[in-house]
Ligand binder design. Structure first.
Ligand code: CP
Length: 325
């Protein structure tokens, strides 16, 4: 399991980022504080730092991605790293090479940081356990289990709008059962003592009892978002259903759980609307809400680059120490 990987080095510095569950609140604060310094005003040139000059980052995405992959690439380049985006469909994995043989091959080419997304549970942790002592592994999305940089960027976005999350009610609406985004958001928010976390969706898309400690559950959208400060809509993740027949009918799902302007009126007047993307407009969220004045969806994307820059900059301490002693 992911939690078994030691994510810190012997000096207590971040080395791998596999799950937020294994980190202290202080580690999350350090990442968000540095990410805040990497934010520049809209229209200004993108932030730059040469902290990763001479280092190499490999993006290995064995599942589709737009935001996470592009933002890790931009983050690494803005820190002056060399970046390799492996085309996994054209790589030797398609000829049967094991993932660890791919990793060892790239490590022999002096890759220092692996950014990994995979549909199977435990892959980032397995890689982290086997790489060379100076090498770092960052989880960019693991099955339905963990998406730690997404959890960090979501926490950062909520804090920047709402301040201390102990006063905040967050409603996550949609396919929570299959969502690594919701699990990492819960881990992040729980560490900061979120005032109230509500999980809202059809019973079959809510997580098992015993998961999401402290969260309230509702199958009624109106009840779930009434008075909320933050409404986070999630996509139905068709790719994670064991049986195609279990996937909800999009029209019926939209009728009961789609986020419309009228329904958003039940949340607080200054409530913000979040979505990790990719969105299915017209199903879990209508365009007028996604693009409306309460939407912070594009800010989430901007924060994603800053968070990934901060994580890369912080793990650089480990790489340098191991390299130079
Ligand atoms: N939020 C998120 O992980 O988006 P991508 O799948 O586009 O990376």
């Amino acid at each position: 399991m992911s939690d078994e990987v030691e994510q810190l080095n012997s000096r207590g510095e971040l080395r791998h980022l596999i799950t937020l569950g294994g980190l202290e609140r202080a580690h999350l604060e350090e990442i968000i504080e540095l990410a805040t310094r990497y934010l520049t005003p809209v229209g200004a040139s993108a932030p730059r730092d040469d902290i990763l000059a001479g280092r190499t980052v490999a993006n290995l995405f064995f599942e589709p991605s737009t935001r996470t992959r592009a933002s890790f690439e931009l983050a690494a380049k803005r820190l002056r790293a060399d970046v390799l985006n492996l085309d996994v469909n054209m790589s030797s994995r398609a000829k049967g090479e094991s993932i660890m043989d791919t990793i060892f091959t790239l490590q022999a080419m002096q890759v220092d940081i692996f950014v990994v997304r995979d549909a199977s549970t435990g892959v980032p942790a397995r890689i982290a356990r086997q790489v060379a002592p100076h090498v770092c592994v960052l989880n960019a999305g693991e099955s339905d289990v963990s998406h730690p940089t997404q959890g960090l960027l979501d926490l950062m976005t909520i804090q920047r709008h709402k301040g201390d999350v102990r006063e905040v009610c967050v409603a996550i609406v949609g396919d929570i059962k299959h969502s690594r985004v919701a699990r990492s958001a819960h881990q992040a928010l729980a560490k900061f003592g979120v005032g109230e976390l509500r999980l809202v969706g059809p019973a079959e898309l809510l997580p098992e009892d015993g998961e999401f400690d402290g969260a309230k559950r509702s199958t009624e959208l109106a009840e779930g978002i009434r008075g909320a400060d933050v409404v986070m809509a999630l996509r139905v993740q068709r790719e994670r259903f064991a049986e195609l027949g279990d996937i909800p009918d999009p029209q019926e799902y939209s009728r009961r759980y789609g986020l419309t302007e009228e329904r958003l009126g039940l949340a607080k007047r200054d409530a913000i609307v979040m979505h990790p993307g990719p969105m299915n407009r017209g199903i879990e969220i209508v365009g007028a809400v996604a693009d409306g004045p309460r939407s912070v969806i594009q800010e989430q994307v901007t924060h994603g680059v800053a968070i990934r820059m901060a994580v890369l900059a912080l793990i650089h301490r480990h790489i340098d120490q191991e390299a130079h002693g």
